[in-house]
Design a protein around this ligand. Structure first.
Ligand SMILES: NC(=O)c1ccc[n+]([C@@H]2O[C@H](COP(=O)([O-])OP(=O)(O)OC[C@H]3O[C@@H](n4cnc5c(N)ncnc54)[C@H](O)[C@@H]3O)[C@@H](O)[C@H]2O)c1
Length: 263
């Protein structure tokens, strides 16, 4: 899709990857950019830099996503590109993670994308055009060894994007899913506390949020389903698909070596 003149909404736009996306899409000529975040000061700082609209909202509630879409539509008309990028790390560890942490991650990392699609698809189908993008993670294609919650919810976000792309592609709705490995943001700092998680996240090199924005601009131009700012993620996916036993053995080795090295 051509970016010029488009009405774009970026959630989690107050910092990290979302902030870089908002800035870059504005530079690329988007007509209106809405910077949405639960942190109003962060959203305002990015929006004022690019002449966009700051909206405070909570991605963990459907009413929050609906109110954001209503506010953006009232300000600048139908939304052309909605980037559901806000995400939460979901805590370290496995099944022992408390239900409240699971619930928050389901709502922000999965249901926020569902709620956006639910609200936006009818008008996009009527217009025969629209673009839904969510930020999942390489953890949604491979896994994030330090966090079961993050891995499971990001897999769900990838699955959602695939399903929407299959179901709505012929109606003119485009779908992309952004799947980076390590990106230098506050969220990465949290994950670096666990040696195995850090080893997996940094295996492909830590990139900057601006590198993700560059990959997203190219992905939108190509209307690509999977946007992979780290090229090696495609190679790991190919190995996982062709030889899952070897892939699991390699992941176990990575975890063992990282924890032994930290002990
Ligand atoms: N940093 C990485 O290494 C990495 C890698 C892969 C995927 N991701 C994903 O990229 C996305 C952006 O993460 P980031 O690294 O820029 O992290 P970040 O913590 O810098 O930014 C996340 C933003 O989302 C906002 N947010 C969180 N919960 C919200 C809520 N309930 N409602 C509204 N806004 C909310 C935060 O205020 C923040 O501005 C996330 O979905 C994350 O899972 C990050």
């Amino acid at each position: 899709m051509e970016l010029s003149g488009r009405h774009v909404v970026v959630t989690g736009g107050g910092g990290g990857i979302g902030g870089a996306l908002a800035r870059r899409l504005s530079q690329e000529g988007a007509g209106a950019v809405v910077v949405a975040d639960r942190d109003p000061a962060a959203a305002e700082a990015v929006a004022s830099e690019i002449g966009g609209l700051a909206v405070q909202f909570d991605a963990a509630r459907e009413s929050g996503v609906q109110a954001l879409i209503a506010q953006a539509t009232e300000a600048s008309g139908p939304i052309d590109i909605f980037i559901s990028n806000a995400g939460v790390p979901g805590g370290m560890g496995g099944p022992e993670t408390p239900d409240e942490t699971w619930q928050e991650a389901w709502q922000v990392n999965v249901m926020a994308h569902v709620w956006a699609a639910r609200a936006l698809l009818p008008a996009m189908v009527d217009r025969g055009e629209g673009y839904l993008i969510n930020t999942a993670s390489a953890a949604g294609l491979l896994t994030q060894v330090s966090s079961l919650v993050y891995s499971v919810t990001k897999h769900a976000a990838v699955s959602l994007a695939e399903w929407l792309a299959i179901e709505y592609g012929d109606a003119g709705v485009r779908v992309s899913c952004i799947c980076p490995q390590g990106v230098r943001t506050p969220m990465l700092e949290l994950a670096m506390d666990e040696p195995a998680g850090a080893a997996a996240l940094t295996a492909g090199g830590v990139i900057e949020p601006e590198d993700v924005a560059e990959a997203v601009v190219r992905g939108i131009a190509d209307e690509r389903l999977l946007i992979l700012p780290h090229e090696e993620v495609a190679r790991h996916m190919a190995l996982k698909g062709s030889d899952p036993e070897r892939w699991i053995a390699g992941m176990r080795r990575l975890v063992r070596n990282a924890r032994a090295g930290a002990a």
